[in-house]
Design a protein around this ligand. Sequence first.
Ligand code: GAP
Length: 454
Amino acid sequence: MMQTEDKPTVQDTPLVPIEKIVSLCKRRGFVYPNSEIYGGVAGIYDFGPLGVELRNNIRRYWWWSMVQTHDNVVGIEGATITHPRVWEASGHVENFVDRLVDCKKCKRRFRIDHLPPENWENRKCPVCGGELTEPRTFNLLMETYLGVVEGERMKTYLRGEACQNIYLDYDNVLKSSRMQIPFGICQIGKAYRNEVTPGNFLFRQREFEQWDLQFFVHPSEMQRWFDYWKQFRFEWYTNLINHKDRIRLRAHASDELAHYAKQAFDVEYQTVLGWQEWEGIHWRQDWDLSRHSQYSGQDLSYTDPITKERYIPWIVETSGGVDRTFLYLLLDAYEEEPDPAGKESRTVLHLHPMLAPVKVAVLPLQKNKEELVTTARDIHKKLQRLMVSQYDDVAAIGRRYRRQDEIGTPYCVTVDFQTLEDQTVTVRERDSMAQIRLPIAELTMYLLERVTWK
Ligand code: GAP
């Protein structure tokens, strides 16, 4: 697990409206609506310069925690298009459906599993009280076609869940990497769903990214590994947030379980949308490897090298969303903080320093003093090789601090007239706004210790 002196601060702030994050993301270059000049596409987004940095940091930290620091876990990266039979074997062609009703009066559309039970029983719209239509069923898989000649093209699907590649590559990994059960395979990759009710910004999209671990075990060890990964993943998320009272683990009721799961827990986070899923921990048992053995005709059973016992491994899955993590971390970090001096409030992102898109900003006190500018540029150039650094000499120093607070930059380094005399700089910390003086020679180590994980 990550260690740092600069743990996020616990704050007692109200839940943040999603619109605040949408606006910040657009204004500061985290996230843009996809194809905006053509009017946009619901449920599809692009990531801007700061968004890519934050996303990459989140992904890298997950990979480090799950793959790099576990001897019994390896990674793959699969294609987003597979053979169409995969989705028959996985059960998605048959079971990956949403049931919808429309309100005859106000024309709103609802997923039945999102309706309050009394509204569904009485067929009554929860918004206007109008009558609801009979339910219709929609499959969420996105179709695509391979080949160019009409009539010979093969219909297949963009992957509806990223993890299927892991089952498809399981036997190759086993043979090529000398892994033995118990062991896990990780992957980060895009998934596509024709969500019938996309919305709430990055929360429910049609193209999104998932991170998965599929951990293969002997059936007698399933409970132990299920408990281990459930706890590990819950602590992993808890460690990244400021509001520790907004995260919980919740067991699925039997009528909520996905078609492949015998048991499931969700890591949930509380936002203005209520308590919602962040990651699912699923007891998939032998569903996947048995089904792929049956549909492909390839025997995917495992032979224990010592006992020679032959069996289909059982699977613990941990499956979360990169985009949902991105959104939840911003909602968790955002604060409009009143100025104690009563002048101007500041917007600040209390992001974990290791995930912050920009680690340090280097600021000459004045831009018309050549020696200040040259020294600041020199410091920035050296830091830039080791971490994301921004040089900024536009506007008064207070305004420049505020610009960095708003994007979550944990440290600002100011080069002033004293720097020219004694080779020290001011280092300002984002959350406390406390300032210390440090020799330039110690600056790199000081920052690296605080913005990298170990
Ligand atoms: N392989 C299991 C699986 O796909 P899931 O609960 O459907 O399980 C896992 O998805 C995670 O993917 C969710 O916890 C959520 O974080 C993310 N996710 C699912 N659908 C999403 C969507 N439409 N938009 C954004 N993220 C989504």
